[in-house]
Design a protein around this ligand. Sequence first.
Ligand SMILES: NC(=O)c1ccc[n+]([C@@H]2O[C@H](COP(=O)([O-])OP(=O)(O)OC[C@H]3O[C@@H](n4cnc5c(N)ncnc54)[C@H](OP(=O)(O)O)[C@@H]3O)[C@@H](O)[C@H]2O)c1
Length: 320
Amino acid sequence: MRAITIEQPGGPEALQWTEVPEPSAGAGQVLIEVVAAGVNRADALQRQGHYPPPIDAPPYPGLEVSGRIKALGEGVHGWHVGQEVCALLGGGGYAELAVAPVGQLLPVPKGVDLVDAAGLPEVAATVFSNVVDLARLKPGETLLVHGGGSGIGTFAVQLGKALGATVVATARAAKRERLIELGADRVIDYASEDFSETTHADVILDIMGGSYLAQNIDALNAGGRLVVIGLQGGRRGELDMGQLLMKRALVAGTTLRARSAAEKAAIVRGVREEVWPLLEEGKVRPVTHARFSMADAAGAHRLLESNEHFGKILLTTTAG
Ligand SMILES: NC(=O)c1ccc[n+]([C@@H]2O[C@H](COP(=O)([O-])OP(=O)(O)OC[C@H]3O[C@@H](n4cnc5c(N)ncnc54)[C@H](OP(=O)(O)O)[C@@H]3O)[C@@H](O)[C@H]2O)c1
């Protein structure tokens, strides 16, 4: 089969569509003929050599795929060969074949295109585990989503609305209209406005880290929850503990990729029970900005790093 390999970490040109050995499904796993893979910020970090895959994952990038089951490993029940699925992976999605633990497998939601489904597992699992499981967003509360136009952001805005929250998003001005269409109640152009001066949020989903820490704490309501999932603005910041105490606020950080298979399976179960019905009812929909062929993964990464995209970028194989 072919997969995207990275011989030398570097720019997008480091991504090479190469012949590699075929994987097989072990016990408790399924082999998927990949139709499409989602492109995530983490893939760009991996390409640059900053985010090595977990030891039990293939070396090729790719945290999520959609496709058809090609083989079932020992002990896998309830799924069948040929079934259309999507899956959360520890790596290896940029390939013609990928192996997923059965606990990280999801059916393609009814009404969702098979290719678009590739962009769902990573964002759905990340947003659900942080905004619902951890931060316990409640109807009537305000959710602030940083980077509203990102793959994560476009999903978080919709999920927040579907859960009955008021949603505020930060994004560059060019993405404002599309965020309002997705359901955001207010969009703040972070380049011209300091969100902490006008926003009071109960839950903040943050992708900036250090550079937004002080403003995020300022923006939190009493009893607020700040969840940091990205460090695009650096890993260090200054935390005013006095403010934290007075607001009885919680600050948390999480990463999905490093979690154990059991934890990922529990998250995927929650996603299937609580998020998949929203997709099937059309209350949340996949937002795909562009599709590239797998062989042009470099082009997809260039677009990702330009930040011109709105929603997800996908890579497709010829199996579609
Ligand atoms: N911890 C986890 O488990 C986990 C899982 C998945 C993703 N993540 C993180 O979540 C983030 C989004 O991931 P993704 O794959 O969806 O990325 P993505 O689509 O590439 O989006 C990155 C976004 O950052 C926005 N941005 C840049 N500077 C900003 C600023 N100062 N304020 C607000 N937004 C800003 C850009 O939007 P504009 O064009 O509007 O600037 C862009 O849309 C990444 O940091 C990623 O590492 C974490």
